[in-house]
Design a protein around this ligand. Structure first.
Ligand SMILES: [Fe+2]
Length: 294
């Protein structure tokens, strides 16, 4: 039996006023990123997998010289930070900056995080609210399970996940760029698949990092991992002696929410292309749109 590629019905998302359905035809989600590259929409399978599991791995996104330069920058940031101008001395500096609005990241956020009322072709409908380098050698990295049960949380702590037939919304959302290879069970992030929708408290077994309750991944250098912070997840000790972990961890959130107390260096922000700057605009809703509404 042939299945429809997409659900033909537009999901009913209650808009601001009087219970009306959000007008999907008026939604003006960015089609290009700040560098003019076309946004890459998620496939139906990717949307399904992320919603069902709470995390999604896209292997081998970055390659060649681009990946090499990013990895080198991460290495310098860890070992020779003084070789980098102060305002660029972060995981948002140098060649890493363009990861903030990589076409796949924008495609993902347009589906799962954006608020269409505050989005247009020059303004992202979501915010970026943290960006840091996780550099780990053998023995570094701690096991510390947290979050889960996001479906049942009230707004306020950002670790929520909401869904209706045909549409899902992730609150605080994590993006991880693995700039070096990750071997399964040797230090990649651990997730309990589906726990963003769990209705029970977590069982004691999750306190064992080797429990089959945990899922994890292997991936080549340059891979991209998304997970909702509403899922139960954890770091774990890096045991891969063949290479260090060089990962860029970022968080994105809705326009009206902020979990982390973090902002990019003002000089770095001021030098960004205008559309990328909208990732870091103030946290409020009414009128918080850069550029004209359609
Ligand atoms: Fe977390």
């Amino acid at each position: 039996m042939a299945l429809p590629e997409k659900n033909p019905a537009k999901p009913f998302v209650v808009d601001k006023n009087l219970g009306a359905n959000l007008d999907w035809d008026a939604a003006d989600l960015p089609k290009t990123n700040a560098d003019g590259e076309p946004v890459v929409e998620l496939t139906q399978e990717q949307k399904y997998l992320f919603d069902k599991g709470g995390w999604l791995l896209i292997p081998g996104v970055l390659k060649g010289d681009e990946l090499e330069q990013m990895r080198d920058f991460g290495y310098r940031l860890k070992h020779r930070p003084e070789s980098i101008p102060e305002h660029e001395r972060s995981a948002l500096g140098g060649p890493l900056q363009k990861l903030a609005d990589h076409p796949l990241v924008i495609g993902f956020m347009n589906e799962f995080v954006t608020y269409p009322g505050l989005s247009n072709q020059s303004c992202y409908g979501f915010r970026m609210e943290s960006c840091s380098l996780f550099y780990r050698t053998v023995g570094e990295g701690k096991f510390g399970p947290h979050n889960g049960n996001g479906l049942l949380r009230f707004p306020g702590d950002s670790h929520l996940y909401r869904c209706i037939p045909g549409k899902a919304h992730s609150g605080l959302t994590r993006v991880v760029w693995e700039l070096n290879p990750v071997k399964k069970g040797q230090g990649g992030t651990l997730c309990i698949t589906g726990s963003h929708k769990a209705v029970y408290t977590a069982p004691q077994g999750i306190m064992d990092p080797d429990s089959p309750l945990w899922d994890t991944y292997s991936c080549p250098a340059g891979s991209l991992l998304f997970f909702t912070e509403a899922i139960t997840h954890s770091g774990t000790a890096w045991t891969n002696a063949e290479n260090d972990r060089i990962a860029i961890f970022s968080c994105y959130n809705t326009v009206n929410s902020k979990w982390h107390n973090w902002d990019p260096h003002p000089k770095l922000l001021a030098a960004m292309p205008p559309k990328r700057q909208t990732l870091f605009r103030p946290v409020y809703v009414a009128g918080n749109l850069v550029g004209e509404a359609r």
